[in-house]
Design a protein. Structure first.
Length: 410
């Protein structure tokens, strides 16, 4: 009886032991899948999310092809490596400033990335070379494959890109860019002349240099100024520079010190969008452009009109560019705005008659004031008729000229 009870108890223990063993086997059988999931999780965790941007840990072969083929241009990536040599990529050696410098960064497996910078004088090449041999982690944007070196190229130019060195040192694009003084000195030393009639020339894209001219007008509110400057053929032309967009990462330049008639040198770079990016304007003593030459240029745009042509059919000539000469009989000033009444018909006894109404905005606050009895030349746009209340209460209607330029002759 005892033996039968013992046998049943032994059988039960054996059964439980086998079940535990089977369960253990099943658990171990499932472990490889759990490790696979963990490995995938670790792989995903290698991507970095910083400041709302996810930086993909770069796999070299994935990016080692032309961007037009892999479709990855603009991808934020990061990788580790050792900084090596500075390489030069020539686009056109006749246009300094249009080429690129590459900083080679080699991974542990010997594969090399190219970190792209602007060429000298924009980039401080000595600073790039001083980094050789340092370990770095690069957070950047993928650009594509370098045609010259057939290696993947990346850039720090964009926001939230940087090089992280040992001891937590962080360097960004503008840390490698020469300052304004260095750039202007380079243009002066190399006599790098740029002509504004070449700004739309695709072959000149990226060029850096200077243009000289005479200030015609300045608008601090619009962040622009207009100059009279010489073309490649030595003829005189007029051009407006806008300074609202800074050159690289420099702050917009101050143009409040400029005024009409200043001789200046304008330092700029022709962007790859055919826009001139100004980084400095300097006053100089002489640029070889006379006021007579400027006047000759201006009068080509305007036609001489008599009072009868203006007053007889004002709507027919409205919008036309007009040149008139006359004597100022009234001046009304309000800030930089000037309204004039001017008699523009001259008799043989130097008596002036036939009044027109002229509106004018000074091009600078220190421009010479126009006074009553001044003899002036007016260049402007005909704008129909203007009616105002005279002091006597009567209404007066006169031909209206919106003036672009007024020159005091005597």
């Amino acid at each position: 009886m005892k033996n039968a009870r013992f046998n049943r108890l032994f059988s039960l223990v054996l059964c439980i032991t086998m079940m535990i063993s089977l369960c253990g086997c099943r658990s171990r059988k499932n472990e490889p899948n759990k490790q696979s999931d963990q490995q995938q999780s670790e792989s995903k965790s290698e991507d970095k999310k910083i400041g709302g941007i996810t930086y993909e840990k770069a796999e070299y072969e994935k990016f080692n092809s032309y961007a037009k083929d892999n479709g990855l241009k603009g991808t934020h990536i990061y990788f580790d490596g050792v900084i090596g040599d500075v390489l030069y990529a020539s686009l056109d050696k006749t246009i300094p400033g249009s080429d690129s410098l590459y900083l080679g960064i080699t991974q542990d497996d010997g594969k090399e990335w190219l970190l792209e910078f602007e060429a000298e004088p924009i980039t401080d090449r000595a600073k790039l070379e001083s980094m050789a041999g340092k370990k770095a982690r690069v957070f950047c944007v993928y650009e594509g494959l370098s045609n010259e070196y057939l290696k993947p190229a990346v850039s720090l130019y964009y926001d939230k890109c940087w090089i992280k060195l040992e001891k937590k040192q962080t360097l960004r694009w503008d840390d490698f860019t020469n300052n304004v003084e260095t750039l202007t000195a380079w243009c002066d030393e190399n006599n790098r002349i740029l002509y504004v009639d070449n700004i739309d020339d695709e072959k000149k894209q990226g060029a850096i240099g200077k243009t000289s001219g005479v200030i015609d007008s300045v608008s601090v509110e619009k962040s622009d100024f207009t100059i009279f400057t010489k073309s490649e053929t030595d003829s005189l032309i007029k051009y407006t520079y806008n300074t609202a967009t800074p050159f690289l990462f420099y702050k917009p330049i101050d143009i409040s010190f400029l005024k009409n008639g200043d001789n200046v040198e304008v330092y700029y770079r022709i962007g790859f969008d055919n826009i001139p990016y100004v980084f400095s304007v300097k006053k100089v003593e002489d640029v070889g452009i006379t006021q007579e030459a400027i006047l000759t240029l201006l009068v080509q745009e305007y036609k001489v009109y008599s009072y009868e042509e203006i007053a007889r059919n004002p709507n027919k000539v409205k919008g036309h560019k007009a040149m008139v000469f006359g004597k100022v009989i009234q001046v009304i000033e309000q800030g930089d705005s000037v309204n004039l009444r001017v008699n523009i018909s001259q008799s043989e006894w130097d008596i002036y008659s036939d009044t027109v109404y002229v509106t004018y905005t000074k091009k600078s606050s220190d421009e010479d004031r126009i006074l009553e009895n001044d003899i002036v030349m007016i260049l402007g746009t005909l704008d129909g008729l203007y009616t105002y209340d005279a002091g006597s209460g009567a209404q007066v209607t006169l031909p209206l000229i919106q003036s672009d330029y007024i020159r005091i002759l005597e």
